[in-house]
Design a protein around this ligand. Sequence first.
Ligand code: HEC
Ligand code: HEC
Ligand code: HEC
Ligand code: HEC
Ligand code: HEC
Ligand code: HEC
Ligand code: HEC
Ligand code: HEC
Length: 347
Amino acid sequence: MKQIFDLKSYALSYRRYTEFIVITAYILLIIISAADVSWSSTGKFSIIEPPDKTLFESGLMAIVIKINSPELDSIVIKYNGTTITAPVKKGKKFVCKTLTLKYGPNEIVVNARVKGKVVESKKIVAFYQSDVSSKFHTHPPEFQKRPFHEKGRENACKQCHTINLADNYPKPMKLKDSICYQCHKKITDYKHVHGPAARWDCLTCHNKNSRPIKYLTPKPDSKLCFTCHVASKKEWTRKKYWHGPTATGKCTICHNPHASNNIFWLKKPIWNLCVTCHVDKASGIHVIAAFVFSNKGHPTKGFPDPARPGRELSCSSCHNPHASNSRYLFVNGSPTVFGLCSHCHHK
Ligand code: HEC
Ligand code: HEC
Ligand code: HEC
Ligand code: HEC
Ligand code: HEC
Ligand code: HEC
Ligand code: HEC
Ligand code: HEC
């Protein structure tokens, strides 16, 4: 006799029945974990910001953790060999911290503890891409820029932070008068700070009316920078040759617009900055053309700069990083190699 599928007998079979439960539960689990929003908002805590796999183009990242369970006594954030422990006092609902990223992937593990024991653990990965990282100037496709100041995302912060600008946003007189300071305080925490950023005059450069993403800056950067650096614009415009990256107008390839530990708020010390792209110059053997009797080359660092008291010899001692009248961008605009030498070697 031909067997016909019979739901009733199938369901009544105890073994099949348990199989059914296990499979259904398994499918449900897959559905829940695929909808990662609902998944990550359950549990003893949730990572509200940033979303997993966010792409960053600067080294600072805010992490915001929501406490869902009152029993937790601390949150421990581990990343790049650093551990941050934030005690969770009674009634505390959020933990907000600023982390410093390294180039490339950054794995951030957040542990919730009760009496010193880890009771729950979550992980996100952030990627820091930079034009001046030789290894990480591009990113894997799964990482995407996800602008924070877009519709909706700020809502989770309203309860405790001021996020609405009054139309007549006053120029802040003190750091703490700037609403940006609440969340971006670390942005000026460096040795050298750019004038307008040092005054927390953030909205001279960031457009408060841009939508859907707030606080955009004009592109390319040069449009913005030259509104104040009028003299530089005038001087460079007159020159015959422009340096490749400067000609793109993307000044922030090399300069951080806010602050840095390097002079001129450069993203790296000058010599290191230049050899990121001009890799062959890192060997130290350079300007061989002028050294007909040896292949040792001319030093490019490690001495004081004879033409600039107080400065170190570096690539920009001989080359202008922006523009010049000589093809090799010599600082004195000399059209010949030997015309450059007398800039420092007199007699
Ligand atoms: C329940 C209140 C609360 C909520 C909600 C909240 N914060 Fe905070 N946040 C604070 C407090 C209080 C501070 C400053 C004190 C501190 O350092 O903990 C702070 C500080 C910060 C800092 C600076 C951290 C540092 O020290 O570098 C950032 C960044 C931040 N918040 C971002 C956010 C963002 C983004 C949201 C919304 C997604 C948010 N916060 C939601 C209370 C909150
Ligand atoms: C409630 C906290 C909060 C406040 C207040 C705040 N920001 Fe942000 N901002 C963030 C977070 C979080 C990011 C995401 C990047 C990060 O982690 O630092 C961000 C990113 C940005 C970006 C990068 C583009 C983007 O949307 O991701 C700009 C530009 C910016 N903020 C400017 C400002 C300016 C200007 C102000 C003051 C008018 C301000 N922010 C106030 C939390 C805040
Ligand atoms: C709102 C006006 C303003 C804008 C826009 C501006 N700057 Fe400046 N910048 C200044 C002022 C004022 C100084 C001098 C004070 C100081 O050293 O911070 C300065 C100084 C500098 C210096 C150091 C100059 C020196 O001789 O020491 C650099 C480098 C610089 N800016 C780069 C930039 C770049 C790159 C941009 C575009 C991303 C930019 N600036 C946009 C106002 C501005
Ligand atoms: C001199 C102009 C200028 C000033 C002043 C300025 N910014 Fe920016 N900011 C920029 C530019 C240009 C970018 C780069 C955008 C890009 O890379 O596309 C930027 C980027 C940012 C970003 C994105 C991440 C990062 O760090 O690059 C944040 C956040 C930010 N600014 C916050 C602020 C805050 C807060 C202030 C006030 C202290 C401020 N900015 C003042 C020009 C400025
Ligand atoms: C290739 C990297 C690079 C790019 C791109 C770049 N700069 Fe610079 N910038 C430098 C270096 C290096 C110095 C320091 C030069 C020195 O040793 O005096 C500097 C110095 C400066 C100074 C200080 C005064 C001077 O002229 O030396 C200003 C202002 C400045 N840059 C603005 C800009 C602006 C505006 C742009 C975009 C149009 C830009 N820079 C693009 C590398 C760069
Ligand atoms: C982001 C990458 C980048 C950085 C950083 C950079 N450069 Fe360049 N540089 C270029 C490109 C691209 C060109 C144009 C290539 C060409 O024309 O052969 C160029 C061209 C030059 C040239 C002219 C070469 C020629 O054959 O005419 C000199 C000199 C130079 N760079 C010096 C420097 C110095 C000095 C620094 C540091 C202050 C620097 N560069 C930083 C990308 C970079
Ligand atoms: C003492 C002066 C001096 C210093 C310092 C110097 N250069 Fe040069 N550079 C020259 C001269 C001269 C030339 C012309 C070609 C030659 O003689 O090799 C040149 C040519 C170049 C060129 C174009 C031709 C080529 O060889 O690719 C680049 C790019 C360059 N330099 C980058 C750099 C970088 C990057 C640094 C720092 C690591 C640096 N230079 C430091 C003098 C200097
Ligand atoms: C920006 C300044 C500067 C320029 C331009 C410059 N030099 Fe030098 N030169 C130095 C410094 C600094 C030293 C190392 C200290 C010293 O020996 O005086 C040096 C060293 C030398 C040495 C000795 C090298 C050694 O290893 O002992 C020679 C030879 C020399 N330079 C030739 C040249 C020639 C040729 C040019 C033109 C192509 C030139 N320099 C351009 C600054 C400069």
